[in-house]
Design a protein around this ligand. Structure first.
Ligand SMILES: [Mn+2]
Length: 322
């Protein structure tokens, strides 16, 4: 029987690969003793593959299974979810006895090797529908038998949300009630939603977060980072957790970007970073009370350029997370 255990992630393009690189680095920096595996689609560039090889123990090319359920996907306005069917390939990694799958839009902020004490299928509740698990992080046991059953399930039942989360929740449908040990604490997959829908809980438990999940359409790599100023350009989506977003970029610019620059050499590539300084004049702080501020924040009217700037949010997060 296979003795080794591995963290597994997935990317089908060069953009998500940036996320995978940062995720891999963050696992290494927190001294995981497990192997790191990345599944990649055939369109990932050679330069990206070379950098992935430096971070991961295993880089494996897989065929992208497309769900073909375009109606559902369009309905959800997330056509990119179709390729997440590739996730199912992770069950074929039978040279590992147990694995933890993590999608690439995550940052590890603590060692999480203890997840390997859990059984298949362990996962955190989905913040949008807590009777479902979020498929962005789950403990599983690679098995060709389970893999065939999953594919059969897909063919017969499809996916109620057009992606892997629907399939996996359908297949492991007893997760909701069967065994509380398979409900992982939310701190292993803490999403942005927690901060702005339940701030008191974030204040109470946020400091224990072990994994941050950048949920939603805007991913860390969708932004442009100013290297000179150490801040992001333009507006930032309310749900993007500016403090953690900056942590992601700090790691990317310090430990991933140099490797990409080495691989691309003289060729141009989209690094996501800019160097030139933009306007630096002090912004006038609006004169609003803190109750009014909170009201505006809860209404989604967030003043990212002023009082809710990254620097201020970072200061606030630092206070909560001490
Ligand atoms: Mn995700």
């Amino acid at each position: 029987m296979a003795a080794e255990q591995a963290f597994v992630t997935l990317t089908t393009n060069d953009s998500y690969a940036r996320g995978a690189m940062v995720l891999g680095k963050s696992l290494r920096n927190h001294k995981t003793s497990k192997k790191l595996v990345v599944l990649i689609g055939p369109h990932v560039s050679n330069q990206t593959r070379a950098v992935l090889h430096k971070i991961f123990d295993e880089v494996r090319v897989v065929d992208v299974l497309n769900s073909g359920d375009t109606a559902t996907l369009t309905m959800m306005k997330r056509p990119d979810l179709g390729v997440t069917f590739t996730t199912l390939h992770c069950w074929t990694l039978t040279h590992y006895s147990k694995s933890v799958f993590m999608d690439a839009d995550k940052l590890v902020v603590s060692n999480i090797d203890e997840l390997f004490d859990r059984e298949e299928l362990s996962a955190t509740p989905d913040p949008g529908w807590p009777d479902c698990f979020n498929s962005g992080l789950f403990v599983f046991c690679p098995s060709n038998e389970t893999y065939s059953k999953l594919l059969k399930y897909c063919k017969e039942h499809g996916s109620f949300d057009g992606g892997d989360q629907g399939v996996l929740n359908g297949f492991f449908s007893d997760w909701t009630t069967a065994d509380i040990n398979k409900h992982l604490p939310f701190i292993y997959n803490m999403s942005s939603i927690a901060i702005y829908t339940y701030l008191p809980a974030f204040k109470q438990f946020g400091a224990n977060a072990k994994v941050v999940h950048f949920l939603g359409e805007m991913k860390p790599w969708s932004y442009t980072y100013n290297l000179t100023q150490g801040r992001l350009r333009g507006d930032v989506q309310a749900s993007s957790q500016p403090g953690f977003l900056l942590q992601w970029w700090a790691l990317y610019s310090a430990e991933v970007l140099p490797a990409l620059i080495r691989e691309y050499g003289d060729q141009r590539f989209d690094s996501g970073c800019e160097e030139e300084a933009v306007e630096s004049e002090e912004r006038v702080q609006p004169l609003v009370s803190s109750a009014e501020r909170r009201h505006l924040w809860e209404q989604g009217q967030i003043d990212y350029m002023g009082i809710d700037s990254f620097d201020n949010i970072q200061k606030k997060l630092d206070v909560f997370l001490k």
